[in-house]
Design a protein around this ligand. Structure first.
Ligand code: GDP
Ligand code: IMO
Ligand code: MG
Length: 422
């Protein structure tokens, strides 16, 4: 069975952990969108790995990991990541990691342009990860991007980088940001690219051959549904389709190749970066930060935390076609006596079961809450769903009912072993 793992909230739902858990029964793990704005934490046998561009299946021997055509690749960042993960004892060979020749390339200037755009937005900034994601996807759509395959023609790459550096510098000087030397950018990018070259291939026939041979494919989503450029809280979103459809456009596999969509959500809600967050709760944020939880894996920023929002989840289950939910971080609520679940938004006296499209409606959205009793005990040692306290099972059952999707997995701790199949 081929599976998409999709984030259902604003990212950081625990996708990496669920992908790692499901990789045991997969043959290939595929990233199809986003870039190193993603930060996926995987903890296994006490070792902690943070992955940004490498699919989480890289931690397993003999699994093939694919960075698909829909991903934007920062060659310098990817080489650094490969070195870091290799220094943790994980071999990254050309057999284990395949990079699509159609993927677009993030240049150092894209990161600086990202910063310039944020500076220009002032208090309206998106709160991006400053990894150059927006400017790189903008170049892709604008048909002036650089693709991995272009690196077969070094004269073309040098000319294109030189032109883009000159254009970027004109913008950067306006914001007093550092400008770039085209020759230095070319040298840095081309040297990083040489480390990646043995991994580059046309990944599309590889994936089709694996599919036709009945191998098991696992798509690792990055970001989350409310950060999707179409379905998210626009403009406070990322620049790719983070939802299930992105797995097809970003890999070259058709919809009929996929039978299962596992939607990952936390048992509460978090968001890092700017934008609407109706169920944000300072008390819950302070409590979780006090436990050392909910700091971003990519930027280290504290994530805002709030109650479970089933308006978002209901919508996310619809647009992703979720066939099963993976609810992570249930243990984050262990100490609470009473829990709130948002079932609808009250906007100007009208109840909304789904998120609005209008920007200003978000500012007026008041969550309608339902209270449920907490379980007030430690769940981190539970090894089976049936071991969970009755109130925790009831909380999950209500979540599933409100989202119209069954619970498939529950996370009660960060370790691979702390994942319960239902
Ligand atoms: P991703 O971007 O969706 O892969 O998620 P991140 O790795 O950025 O953030 C999820 C955080 O929650 C990480 O620190 C994980 O180690 C942690 N995590 C995942 N599942 C669980 C869980 O069930 N319980 C606890 N306590 N932590 C979890
Ligand atoms: P994973 O895969 C959480 C957020 C940023 C910002 C917005 C746009 O770990 O879940 P970008 O740099 O993409 O232009 O930033 O999206 N963002 C994430 N938030 N998890 C992520 O990835 C994110 N990737 C981007 O904080 O609000
Ligand atoms: Mg993350």
């Amino acid at each position: 069975m081929n599976t998409i793992i999709a984030g259902l909230q604003w990212g950081d739902e625990g996708k990496g952990k669920i992908v790692d858990y499901l990789t045991e029964s997969a043959d290939l793990v595929i990233r199809s969108q986003g870039g190193n704005n993603a930060g996926h934490t995987v903890i296994t046998n006490g070792a902690k790995y943070i992955l940004h561009l490498l699919p989480s299946g890289i931690l397993w021997d003999k699994k093939v990991n694919v960075i698909g055509n829909g991903v934007v690749i920062d060659p310098v960042g990817l080489v650094e990541e490969i070195r870091r993960v290799e220094s943790q004892g994980v071999a990254i060979t050309p057999e284990k990691l395949l990079i699509s020749d159609r993927a677009h390339v993030v240049l150092p200037i894209h990161k600086e342009l990202d910063a310039a755009r944020e500076a220009a937005l002032g208090s309206h900034k998106i709160g991006t990860t400053k990894r150059g994601i927006g400017p790189t996807y903008a170049d892709k759509i604008n048909r002036c991007g650089l693709r991995v395959a272009d690196f077969n023609d070094l004269a073309f790459v040098t000319e294109r980088i030189t032109k883009r550096v000159a254009e970027a510098n004109e913008i950067l000087v306006r914001y007093d940001l550092p400008t770039y030397e085209a020759a230095a950018v070319c040298a840095e990018v081309l040297s990083a690219f040489e480390r990646l070259r043995p991994h580059v291939t046309n990944t599309i026939p590889v994936l089709h051959t694996a599919w036709k041979a009945g191998q098991t494919l696992l798509f690792e989503g990055a970001q989350g549904t409310l950060l999707d450029v179409d379905f998210g809280t626009y403009p406070f979103v990322t620049s790719s389709n983070t939802t299930a459809g992105g797995a097809c456009t970003g890999s070259g596999l058709p919809p009929m190749a996929i039978q299962r969509v596992i939607g990952v959500c936390k048992a509460y809600t978090t968001r890092v970066g700017s934008g609407p967050f109706p169920t944000a709760d300072e008390g819950l944020s302070d409590y979780l930060h006090g436990l050392g939880r909910e700091f971003g894996a990519t930027t280290g920023r504290p994530r805002g935390c709030g109650w479970l929002d089933t308006v978002l989840l209901r919508f996310a289950c619809m647009v992703n076609g979720v066939t099963g939910l993976a609810v992570t971080n249930l243990d984050g609520l262990d100490a609470y006596q009473t829990l709130q679940i948002c079932t609808a938004y009250d906007i100007d006296g009208h109840f909304h079961p789904l998120p609005p499209a209008e920007r200003d409606a978000w500012d007026r959205a008041v969550p309608v809450y339902e209270s449920l009793p907490g379980w007030n005990c430690d769940t981190t040692g539970c090894t089976r769903f049936a071991d969970l306290p009755g109130q925790a099972q009831a909380y999950l059952a209500r979540l599933a009912e409100l989202c119209d999707a069954p619970i498939a997995f529950v996370g009660v701790g960060p370790d691979r072993a702390q994942t319960l199949a239902v």
